[in-house]
Design a protein around this ligand. Structure first.
Ligand SMILES: C[S@@+](CC[C@H](N)C(=O)[O-])C[C@H]1O[C@@H](n2cnc3c(N)ncnc32)[C@H](O)[C@@H]1O
Length: 251
């Protein structure tokens, strides 16, 4: 651990506050600030926390929803128990985990889905950002299917290619969609949150059975950001949405 890392983290007021307030992660303040501004969750709500480890957002969700509410947290990593939170270890993009969550819910309505999902970062921004967009699309597909009409959704998203398509996809599903950077995440210029309020009963602007990833891909092809040619995609040897015309132009 470098001296610089240590002094930056020691100075970070959110990290200090997280320790003194009992939250497991400084990221808890991001959800607190989002909640204060948009009131996505209410007492008695059922909430799913996607990418919940180590548990900061779940702690906030359970504080808001209270005894009458229900919070289910899911992550690849196991979390230490949190009072009032049902924890699932699994990959949210996988059918097995999705089926397990559906079984736990037994058809009861889901009022809010909050997602702080993030891939393990390689440090190569373009690659990390592309993987993050893929993950967000998968979370949106699952969430949009199971979320109650009128429900809310928030997800972390990394700034970069594909984000406009993701916002468009969200606008086809919710009456209000807004990008928001809570104060607690303002030292990270790369991340922002997409806040989606009031899920519509029917999707707008999607093709029949079109997934969010397909929608985003289509909008990127239409705007000339992404190539459609499969050979070029393979030749580029890159992941998901990083295969784009701009990269080829740079070569
Ligand atoms: C920034 S952390 C979440 C912090 C959490 N919100 C908190 O307040 O404690 C992002 C999490 O996303 C999880 N994650 C990444 N890909 C995932 C996947 N496919 N399924 C489930 N969780 C995933 C990671 O394991 C990581 O714990």
């Amino acid at each position: 651990m470098s001296k610089r890392w240590y002094s930056e983290h020691r100075r970070d007021p959110w990290r200090r506050d997280a320790k003194s307030s009992g939250y497991r992660a400084r990221s808890a303040f991001k959800l607190l600030q989002i909640q204060k501004r948009f009131e996505l969750m209410r007492a008695g709500d059922t909430v799913i926390d996607v990418g919940c480890h180590p548990g900061g957002w779940s702690q906030v969700a359970v504080e808001v929803t209270g005894y009458e509410g229900r919070v289910i947290g899911v992550d690849l990593e196991p979390c230490a128990p949190i009072d009032g939170v049902e924890l699932v270890v699994g990959d949210i993009t996988g059918k097995q985990t999705q089926d397990l969550i559906m079984e736990m819910l037994e058809g009861s309505p889901i009022h809010s889905i909050v997602s702080d999902i993030s891939p393990s970062l390689t440090g190569q921004y373009e690659r990390d950002q592309a993987i993050s967009i893929d993950l967000v699309c998968a979370v949106m597909d699952f969430s949009f299917t199971i979320l109650n009409p009128g429900g809310s959704f928030v997800t972390k998203i990394f700034q970069g290619r594909g984000i406009e398509g993701v916002i468009e996809a969200a606008k086809g599903r919710f009456s209000k969609v807004q990008r928001y950077s809570p104060e607690a995440s303002r030292n990270s210029s790369s991340e922002t949150f997409l806040v989606c309020i009031n899920k519509l009963p029917r999707a707008r602007g999607f093709g029949p059975k079109e997934t969010v990833a397909e929608f985003v891909q289509r909008t990127m092809v239409e705007s000339g950001i992404l190539t459609e040619d499969e050979d070029e995609i393979e030749a580029a040897g890159k992941v998901g949405f990083t295969v784009h015309r701009a990269a080829r132009d740079d070569e």
